[in-house]
Design a protein around this ligand. Structure first.
Ligand code: C2E
Ligand code: CA
Ligand code: CA
Ligand code: CA
Length: 279
C-alpha cells in the first residue's frame, strides 16, 4: 500500500508539473501572440429572422500558435483574463473589429453592426469607455454599429466601477447586449437597471429544440419577457431549419449559428454584404 501511494504521488506530481509547464508556456506564447501577428478575427453572421437579412456579425478571436496550431478561445481567454493580457488583446479586438465594420460600410455601401465580446476583466478597467471612444473616433464608426456583449457575471458584480463604466458606455451610444443569457445568475433586476438593448439566448437552450419541450418553454418565456422589456432577442447556436422555424414562431428577432453562417473571414462577409446590398 505504501508503494502504491508513493507511485501515485509521483504520477500526480509529474502530471502537475506538465500542467504548470504548459500553462507557463502558453502564457509566454500569449504574451508574444499579439506582437507576432498570431491573433486574428473571424466574423459570424447574425440574421434578422423575419427577413433573413444579414444585420450583424460577431467578432470571434482566433490564435494560430506557430508550433501548436489553432488554440481554442475557450483555452486561452481564461488565461488572458487571469494574466490581465485580455486588456491589451481586447483593445486590439475592438480596434480591428471597428476598422473592419467601417471598411465593410465603405466598400459594400451597407451598414452592418459588429459585436465584440468583453470579458469581466476588461469591464473592471477604468479606461474601457475611453478606449471605446478613442477607437470609434479613430475609425469613424457610428457608435450604434458597435455592439458590446457582456455576460451576466460581469453585470452581477455591481461594484461602483462597473456601474460607472456601464453609464459611460450608454452615454457613448453603443449597443449593449447580454451574452449567454440564462446560464449565469439571471437576475431580472439588472435587466431593469441596466439599459441593455438585447439578450442572446445561450446555445444550450437552443440545441435541443424543437424536441426538448422544457428548453422550448424556457426559450419562449425568455423571448416574451425580453419583448415585454423592449429588448431584442438573438438565438445562439442555431443549427437546423426546425430550430429556426420554431424560433420564428416564438417571435425571436435575430439568429446566429452554423445554419446561418460559420465564423468566416472578412472577405466572405464582404461578399455576403455585396450580395444583399440595399436595393
Ligand atoms: P461566445 O461568445 O458564446 O461565442 C459563440 C461560440 O459558439 C463561438 O465559439 C462560435 O464559434 C460558436 N458557435 C457559433 N454557432 C454555433 C453553432 O451553431 N453550433 C455550435 N456548436 N457552436 C457555434 P468560439 O469562437 O470557439 O468562442 C468561444 C468563446 O470564447 C466565446 O463564446 C467567447 O466567450 C470567447 N471569445 C471569443 N472571442 C473573444 C474575444 O474577442 N474576447 C473575449 N473576451 N472573449 C472571446
Ligand atoms: Ca459572444
Ligand atoms: Ca454566447
Ligand atoms: Ca460562451
Amino acid at each position: 500500500a505504501k508503494n502504491c501511494g508513493k507511485n501515485n504521488a509521483k504520477l500526480y506530481s509529474s502530471a502537475l508539473t506538465t500542467q504548470i509547464m504548459s500553462h507557463v508556456k502558453l502564457e509566454i506564447g500569449l504574451r508574444k501572440a499579439l506582437q507576432n501577428n498570431e491573433l486574428y478575427l473571424q466574423y459570424q453572421p447574425q440574421i434578422d429572422v423575419p427577413s433573413a437579412r444579414l444585420v450583424g456579425v460577431e467578432a470571434l478571436l482566433r490564435w494560430r500558435h506557430p508550433e501548436h496550431g489553432m488554440i481554442s478561445p475557450d483555452d486561452f481567454i481564461p488565461l488572458a483574463e487571469e494574466t490581465g493580457l485580455i486588456v491589451p488583446i481586447g483593445a486590439w479586438v475592438l480596434r480591428t473589429a471597428c476598422m473592419q465594420a467601417r471598411a465593410w460600410h465603405d466598400e459594400c455601401g451597407r451598414a452592418v453592426r459588429v459585436a465584440v465580446n468583453l470579458s469581466a476583466r476588461q469591464f473592471k478597467d477604468e479606461n474601457l469607455a475611453q478606449t471605446v471612444l478613442a477607437v470609434l473616433e479613430e475609425t469613424g464608426l457610428d457608435p450604434r454599429l458597435l455592439e458590446l456583449e457582456l455576460t451576466e457575471g460581469t453585470l452581477m458584480d455591481d461594484a461602483q466601477a462597473t456601474l460607472a463604466t456601464l453609464e459611460q458606455l450608454r452615454a457613448i451610444g453603443v449597443y449593449l447586449s447580454i451574452d449567454d443569457f440564462g446560464t449565469g445568475y439571471s437576475s431580472m433586476n439588472y435587466l431593469k437597471r441596466f439599459n441593455v438593448r438585447a439578450l442572446k439566448i445561450d446555445r444550450s437552450f437552443i440545441s435541443g429544440l424543437p424536441q426538448d419541450s422544457e428548453n422550448a418553454a424556457i426559450t419562449r418565456a425568455i423571448i416574451a419577457m425580453a419583448h415585454g422589456l423592449k429588448l431584442a432577442v438573438v438565438a445562439e447556436g442555431v443549427e437546423t431549419d426546425e430550430q429556426l422555424l420554431l424560433l420564428k414562431q416564438f417571435g425571436c428577432d435575430m439568429a446566429q449559428g452554423y445554419l446561418l453562417g460559420q465564423p468566416s473571414t472578412e472577405e466572405v462577409i464582404g461578399e455576403m454584404l455585396m450580395n444583399t446590398a440595399a436595393t
